[in-house]
Design a protein around this ligand. Structure first.
Ligand SMILES: *Cc1c(COP(=O)(O)O)cnc(C)c1O
Length: 376
């Protein structure tokens, strides 16, 4: 096996190498600690939504921490998981599938599939009947950075009919929902769980499991979200609504699992008038999500020798490296007054929807990920 050199932290690596390409620092210990936090606190089965970060090192460390079930959306994600863990349990929760994708899912022996529409349920006919089929419920709930119900999910009345059909086809009936990504409000889960109980009751179907999705907010700004408060609320409302016959719970965090384990390091290429800063990465690279949900604000500036910049904060307009005028962060960012050309900006909590979305536009984009003991 290839020896992977690890560094104590990003500043140590930067001081030694002065990387001129943007890159991610990855701390396996942080990822494993997050997985253990979910495993210890969530009142049910913890799975991982692969799309947040499908890196081999991410999947391998989650398996090492005790995660054995993965939420996958495509044949390629199934292959990626099985390449790391041959007996991983696959939950195929992209509710729209081509017949070829269903055939591939059969071959891979997926354990669970979600549906939100009658035609999609019909397409699952080739699957063996011990597969779980989860009806995806959509509600107009708030509390997240954006609404996942806007694309997928059946409203309650349609979910009742669909759940009956799942049971009639002989599949194991399950309900699932996703409160929306970067959701920090426990009440969003509570509303969904109450509706799920009503849907199961009206359908007259006993659901084997209730999948409460992902959405668990990551720490992008201000205080860290209280994951345990969300876990407790989910358990409490499920017991209250379903009583002693409560279905097993399952969650599928993507963002909250992967985010904290990666820091994005970018370098200041130029400082210009009007408090403009030009970086070697931006919204076409590791900061792809900034345009959709705003910029993560846990940013520290360090000099090339690894020492911190401590000047008073100044609001700056931050541009990326490509020759496209859209390549700028959507809002002004406070950065130290002593920031200089050649310095580094470290964005903490950047492990989700960053590497997986980064493009190579104009020949930029993050370089090779560097493994560190801690993220400082
Ligand atoms: C994207 C997705 C997730 C993960 O969502 P996060 O907001 O990253 O936690 C979980 N389940 C499904 C079905 C998804 O599509």
């Amino acid at each position: 096996m290839r020896e992977i050199p690890t560094w104590a932290d990003p500043a140590t690596h930067i001081a030694r190498h002065r990387p001129d390409t943007a890159l991610f620092y990855f701390a396996p210990a942080v990822l494993q600690a997050t997985a253990r936090r979910f495993l210890a606190g969530f009142p049910g089965l913890v799975t991982y939504a692969v799309k947040a970060n499908a890196g081999e090192e991410v999947l391998a460390n989650l398996v090492a921490a005790g995660i054995g079930t993965f939420d996958v959306a495509s044949p390629q994600e199934m292959r990626a998981v099985r390449a790391i863990c041959a007996d991983a349990v696959l939950h195929y929760n992209n509710p729209v599938r081509s017949p070829d994708e269903v055939a591939f899912a059969c071959e891979m022996g997926v354990a669970s599939c979600s549906v939100d529409d009658r035609r999609e349920l019909e397409k699952l006919a080739p699957l063996p009947r011990d597969v779980e089929v989860a009806v995806r419920l959509a509600l107009p709930v708030t509390g997240a950075a954006y609404d996942f119900g806007a694309k997928f999910g059946a409203p309650p009345a349609a979910a009742v009919a669909l759940l009956r059909e799942v049971a009639e086809m002989g599949f194991r009936p399950v309900l699932t929902f996703h409160p929306g990504t970067q959701c920090a409000d426990p009440a969003a889960w509570g509303t969904y769980i109450r509706t799920a109980a009503q849907v199961a009751h009206e359908a007259g179907v006993r659901i084997g499991r209730l999948n409460v999705g992902g959405g668990f907010a990551s720490h992008r700004d201000g205080a860290a979200p209280d994951l345990e408060a969300i876990f407790d609320h989910i358990g409490q409302v499920a017991r209250q609504e379903f009583g002693p016959d409560a279905p097993g719970l399952l969650c599928e965090p993507g963002r909250a699992m992967a985010a904290e384990a990666f820091t994005l390091a970018t370098r200041v290429k130029a400082l210009r008038g009007g408090n403009a800063v030009l970086l070697n990465d931006g919204v076409y690279g590791g900061l792809f999500e900034a345009r959709d949900i705003g910029t993560a604000r846990r940013i520290t500036a360090i000099a090339p020798d690894g020492t911190p910049r401590n000047g008073a904060p100044v609001a700056r307009t931050v541009f990326g490296p490509t020759c496209d005028s859209l390549d700028r962060l959507p809002e002004a960012i406070d950065l130290p007054s002593d920031l200089a050309e050649g310095d580094y900006l470290l964005f903490a909590g950047m492990g989700a929807y960053s590497l997986s979305l980064a493009t190579r536009f104009n020949g930029y984009g993050p370089g090779e990920t560097v493994t560190v003991d801690g993220l400082g």
